[in-house]
Design a protein around this ligand. Structure first.
Ligand SMILES: [Zn+2]
Length: 185
């Protein structure tokens, strides 16, 4: 961490196992404990990664957000510490990016306005899903033959972003509805 203007990367173990540690990297002791094989240990040492513990108050902040997003059940203790380290560094004025392929870490980080870079996979905003589309009329259909025009149905890759957004919105509405019912009853 030479200059406050440079990007500091906070690592989870995937960057280490995949041999993709960038310069100016930091991680937490919990991640180091996950490195067991000798080659990864050697690589980790050579790359001069700074290992720092993280303040309890930052862990609490991450837990609070992860509870709100529902990611708390998918995050390991190590994942939470990695997120907390990034929040702490950001709080101290560093330009921090988390390097991870874990979707729950990515999601919580985004909610805490922390930039995430994928190690191998693409980022969460570039997630694709497959839908069945009619070759003839282009409608999204079920089954193997279009019920409208009778043409062949093919699989097509579409961006998942909109689906995700509408999904979380409807969940929020559902929660509100349940709360309203609880309060009125
Ligand atoms: Zn059709």
């Amino acid at each position: 961490m030479t200059s406050i203007n440079n990007v500091v990367y906070v690592l989870d173990s995937s960057a280490i196992f995949l041999r993709k540690i960038p310069y100016n990297s930091v991680t937490v002791p919990e991640v180091v404990e996950e490195i067991i094989d000798e080659n990864s240990k050697l690589y980790f040492q050579v790359m001069n990664v700074k290992v720092e513990d993280v303040g309890r108050e930052y862990v609490s902040k991450v837990v609070k957000i992860a509870e709100q997003t529902g990611d708390i059940y998918k995050l390991s203790n190590t994942d939470i510490k990695v997120l907390a380290k990034a929040v702490e560094l950001k709080d101290k004025g560093y330009n921090v990016h988390i390097l991870t392929d874990d979707y729950s870490i990515q999601n919580v980080a985004k909610n805490m306005k922390i930039t995430v870079e994928p190690v191998v996979q693409q980022g969460i905003s570039k997630v694709f899903k497959w839908v069945k589309v009619c070759k003839g009329c282009g409608r999204k259909v079920e089954g193997d033959v279009c019920p409208i025009c009778g043409s062949e149905v093919v699989l097509r890759r579409v961006r998942c972003e909109e689906t995700r957004r509408s999904c979380s919105k409807s969940k929020k509405t559902e929660r509100k509805r349940l709360n309203d019912r609880r309060n009125s009853g």
